[in-house]
Write a protein that binds this ligand. Structure first.
Ligand SMILES: Nc1ncnc2c1ncn2[C@@H]1O[C@H](COP(=O)(O)OP(=O)(O)OP(=O)(O)O)[C@@H](O)[C@H]1O
Length: 259
């Protein structure tokens, strides 16, 4: 997929073309209103200079046919921030229905794999027999990420911020890469932003820079992830009624850090 730059909100030329391949994670960062969702919208609609940004999207170097544009639902999967189910089905029935719609001949194995993967991604385990409408936000998102990665043939996945609570974001992105998806993630979260193979920085509706994380950033990311893991573990302990205990070495480190 190639994204050919258009114009920003002031009408200035966006001097970038971005070529993406299977397994790429492209993170979109920038202040609120800077144009991240517009970019996701342009990709979703396979824009041809006909959106406010004037961007154009090429597939395998070519302008997509009008039939590909109208059936873009098959090429592009989108995980939006809001996840509300309106069907009265259990988790297993829902995945089975999706597998049936994809004409998968013997779906039991894939259903089990999606259930297992979704439970690995989710902070809180859930049973295949629970109703979709009873899933928490994090569980719903974990289910949809596993379903998108393992059952959707769409090679491109658009994610509008994976919420911190309830989803292992690192594993989620690794799963999408392993399944060969091109993943675009719009985010305000530094941990997610640093996980990309490229980071597009947005300003005033246009791409203002492209950053490829170097060794220094990779090191910073590993450190931030450690802090994030510690934070998650404390959060889980506290919400399960636990009490935080620090051994002497930790007390010394924290005393030094807060000075
Ligand atoms: N290149 C552009 N040309 C014209 N309008 C644009 C352009 N980019 C974005 N816009 C418009 O600016 C508004 C804000 O953009 P957008 O919603 O994409 O921001 P965002 O970065 O996703 O914000 P947030 O982080 O709050 O979700 C939208 O109405 C969008 O259509």
């Amino acid at each position: 997929m190639t994204i050919i730059g258009g114009t920003n909100k002031s009408g200035d030329i966006e001097p970038y073309s971005i070529c993406c391949q299977s397994g790429d994670i492209i993170c979109l960062v920038g202040p609120t209103g800077s144009g991240k969702s517009r970019m996701l919208g342009d990709i979703e609609s396979l824009a041809q200079g006909d959106t406010p940004s004037g961007r154009k999207i090429l597939i395998n170097g070519e302008i997509p046919s009008s039939s590909l544009r109208t059936s873009a639902i098959g090429l592009i999967a989108q995980l939006s921030q809001q996840m509300n189910f309106v069907v009265d089905l259990t988790v297993r029935e829902f995945i089975a229905l999706h597998a049936e719609s994809r004409l998968i001949p013997d779906p039991e194995n894939i259903i089990d794999l999606i259930l297992k993967t979704a439970n690995n991604l989710s902070g809180e385990q859930f049973s295949p027999d629970v109703s979709l409408t009873q899933l928490s936000g994090g569980q719903s998102r974990a289910l949809m990420i596993a379903d998108t990665a393992l059952l959707c043939p769409s090679p491109v996945v658009l994610i509008d911020e994976i919420e911190n609570a309830g989803v292992n974001r690192k594993n989620a992105l690794e799963l999408l890469v392993k399944e060969g998806k091109i993943t675009f993630v719009a985010t305000h979260d530094p941990v997610l932003a640093l996980m990309g193979s490229r980071r597009l920085f947005f300003k005033n509706g246009g791409i203002a820079g492209i950053i490829i994380p170097d060794e220094e950033e990779r090191l910073a990311m590993r450190y931030i992830q450690k802090v994030d893991d510690q934070w998650t573990s404390w959060r889980d302990q506290i919400r399960n009624g636990g009490v935080l205990h620090l051994d002497d070495s930790k007390k010394k480190i924290y005393n030094r850090l807060i000075l």
